[in-house]
Write a protein that binds this ligand. Structure first.
Ligand code: DAH
Length: 340
């Protein structure tokens, strides 16, 4: 007797209606398509069928097998997608929930650095960058600081395991990089991290500097003084007395250190200015002719001025902070006071 395909499929569909999990579905599938399942039994029964009916019996059993497999395939994919959407609904994020945590703010060093650069940018000085791992040649030699020159001791250097390189001790090597790749007129600022073996309440082994450089025809000391006085007045937000003290840097001649009247006591004398009434804020000078020559710039045609300032130092004076370490501890109670 031939099996009834419709009856078998109807029964299967009835049983499927009450299946509610993947596990139950697996069990039902085994009952139909497993080794001892209903479909297998039908195939085995072919041996009891008279030879003349075997062909039609066999093709009917195959039809039943294909239909049963198709039904299970559909049901499995239905259960899989059901499980996936269950998982997704668990991961649901509600974007309408209110923000409960405090928003961050810019670090006081970033704020100070941005302000320094934007003031100088408004005067025509554009930003240049250089690497922190710097060629010894650019950090020293080409800045007119030859090997064994005592001026190398002014900056206690971190040497590294790479022949001919140092952690830059100042941002002045960016002057060299700029003059090697550009010819005058040059008006740049060069911000960045610098490294020195130095560690006390006002010094850190890593700190930020901003270098400035102007090289053009007829640049004189008066331009230098005008730019720096203007910069300092804008930076501190008031008209300040300045003083240019004669000093020494190998890459400038003449060289100066710039003092401002003490922003804490107005020049009367206090703990911050060590009773002198003055605060040193940066170094500067006219670019040494040797430095210009090292970069293939003719010192009889061009002159220049340069300056270098410490960002932490200016931030400490501006905000009235006495210990540089506060900038690096990342104490949120300290940092939150600088929100703009
Ligand atoms: N490079 C100097 C330092 O780190 C700072 C400096 C002084 C830079 C005078 C200059 C300059 O460009 O003219 O101590």
């Amino acid at each position: 007797m031939l099996p009834n395909k419709d009856d078998i499929l109807r029964e299967l569909n009835q049983e499927l209606a009450s299946v509610s999990s993947l596990q139950d579905l697996e069990k039902l599938k085994a009952r139909y398509l497993g080794k001892t399942g209903i479909v297998k039994e039908l195939s085995k029964a072919i041996k009891d069928i008279p030879p003349e009916e075997r062909k039609s019996y066999g093709s009917l059993v195959n039809e039943i097998k294909d239909a049963v497999e198709e039904i299970f395939k559909e049901k499995f994919s239905y259960f899989k997608s059901l499980e996936e959407s269950k998982k997704l609904s668990k991961d649901f994020i509600d974007p309408t929930l209110p923000i409960t945590s405090q928003l961050g703010s810019l670090h006081p060093i970033s704020l100070t650095l941005e302000r320094i650069l934007s003031i100088l940018k408004s005067m025509g000085f554009l930003e240049q960058e250089g690497p922190e791992l710097e060629k010894e040649e650019y950090n020293f030699d080409m800045l007119n600081i030859p090997k064994y020159h005592p001026a190398r001791d002014m900056q206690d250097t971190f040497y590294v395991n790479k022949e001919g390189y140092v952690l830059r001790t100042h941002t002045s090597p960016i002057q060299i990089r700029t003059m090697l790749s550009n010819k005058p007129p040059i008006y740049i600022t060069a911000p960045g991290k610098v490294y020195r073996k130095d560690d006390d309440p006002t010094h850190s082994p890593m700190f930020f500097q901003v270098e400035g450089l102007a090289v053009d025809k007829h640049i004189s000391l008066r331009h230098l003084k005008y730019v720096l006085d203007t910069f300092l007045n804008i930076f501190f937000g008031k008209s300040l007395k300045t003083r240019y003290r004669s000093s020494y840097f190998p890459f400038t001649e003449p060289s100066f250190e710039v003092d401002i009247e003490c922003v804490m006591c107005g020049g009367a004398g206090c703990r911050v200015c060590k009773q002198s009434g003055w605060l040193e804020v940066m170094g500067c000078g006219m670019v040494h002719p040797n430095v210009l020559k090292n970069c293939d710039i003719d010192p009889s045609l061009y002159t220049g001025f340069a300056f270098g300032m410490g960002v932490e130092r200016l931030a400490m004076l501006y905000y009235g902070i006495s210990n540089i370490k506060l900038f690096y501890e990342n104490d949120i109670r300290f940092l939150a006071q600088f929100e703009e």
